[in-house]
Design a protein around this ligand. Structure first.
Ligand code: TXA
Ligand code: MG
Length: 311
């Protein structure tokens, strides 16, 4: 479905319009100091699903959540003294911390792709900071490019890649960084190299960041060990067999449904909550109704196939 894409200079009125759209569950492209991000309300699962729809990502990678300050970050995730030191030193700035996720954070489960950790950063770019303040919610934002395309550092890069897919691009000029944020885990491993290097961190904080063997770094999409339920999972199920918890979709009702109306945005938003629920049920097996492979359905099916694969 094509939409009109407007690019507006990121003045006060445009930021207010962007915040209004975020509140309405849309996603908006916004400059950060690293690359342009495609931002949506991280507490609204359907809004987050629209990020994946716009990017046409073939699967669900956990996303980075942007917050205005350390206090807000601490309501969402757990810190220890080392990660607190990193946050105090490098936020606002191009550092993302992957931390234990608090149960009561209010963040939609699609953001973390069902994991019990969450990637957080406090961005430095004035436009992103103004949008965080105006929107008043944490913003999930991956780079604002279609899947498989390079990360955008200018509004016209975003328009070339996502034009017709998103309603609004805030133009804040060129991102000065151009390289995505450094990602560091709770146990101080380098998950993605970026502008803030381990040697600089050592110098400035005394903390040792462990790098991957031989300097090799895994592809970003493979960084997260993806959540999969611990029970066997059967796909394309039209009805539950004995001892199965059935996750329905559309006409297949099930014990719970991804979306009774067959809406793929709603289904994506519900996917990880339904899987966790099925895993916690008293039945030893899980079955899932067929989901069409169109649009967001491809990403849903990709995740379901991974969850069903024998381990
Ligand atoms: O500079 C940046 O970080 C940009 C701007 C827009 O802020 N954002 C960005 O987001 O690069 P994205 O979605 O393209 O990259 C997110 C990365 C992925 O490699 C993902 O695997 C990792 O963060 N990630 C997110 N949550 C994670 C988690 N819980 N555990 C491990 N890795 C995680
Ligand atoms: Mg990216």
């Amino acid at each position: 479905m094509a939409v009109d894409t407007v690019t507006l200079p990121a003045d006060e009125a445009a930021i207010a319009e962007a915040a209004r759209r975020i509140g309405a569950g849309e996603c908006v492209a916004v400059p950060t100091e690293t690359v342009y991000g495609l931002a949506a309300d991280a507490t609204n699962g359907e809004a987050v699903a629209r990020i994946y729809e716009a990017k046409a990502r073939p699967g669900f990678n956990p996303l980075i959540v942007h917050v205005p300050d350390i206090e807000t970050a601490k309501r969402i995730a757990g810190f220890k003294s080392e990660t607190d030191r990193l946050a105090q030193r490098y936020w606002p700035g191009p550092l993302t911390l992957v931390l234990p996720h608090r149960d009561d954070s209010g963040i939609a489960s699609l953001v973390t792709a069902g994991l019990n950790t969450i990637a957080l950063r406090v961005p430095a770019h004035p436009v992103m900071r103004a949008l965080l303040e105006a929107a008043g919610v944490p913003l999930a934002a991956p780079s604002a490019n279609a899947s498989g395309r390079i990360s955008p550092t200018r509004a016209d890069h975003v328009a070339a890649s996502l034009g017709g897919k998103i309603g609004l691009i805030l133009d804040g000029g060129a991102s000065e960084g151009g390289i995505e944020s450094t990602i560091i885990s709770h146990d101080l491993r380098l998950l993605r190299p970026g502008p803030i290097t381990p040697s600089r961190i050592k110098q400035e904080t005394g903390l040792t960041i462990t790098q991957a063997q031989g300097g090799a770094v895994e592809a970003p999409g493979q960084l997260a060990s993806h959540y999969a339920p611990a029970k066997p999972l059967r796909l394309e199920a039209m009805a539950a067999e004995a001892s199965e918890w059935l996750i329905g979709f559309g006409p297949v009702e099930g014990d719970a449904s991804l979306s009774r109306s067959g809406d793929l945005v709603e289904a994506a938003a519900n996917l990880f909550a339904r899987l966790h629920e099925a895993e916690a049920s008293d039945r030893p097996r899980i079955a899932v109704a067929p989901v069409p492979d169109t649009g967001l359905g491809a990403a849903i099916n990709d995740r379901l196939r991974r969850a069903a694969a024998p381990r």
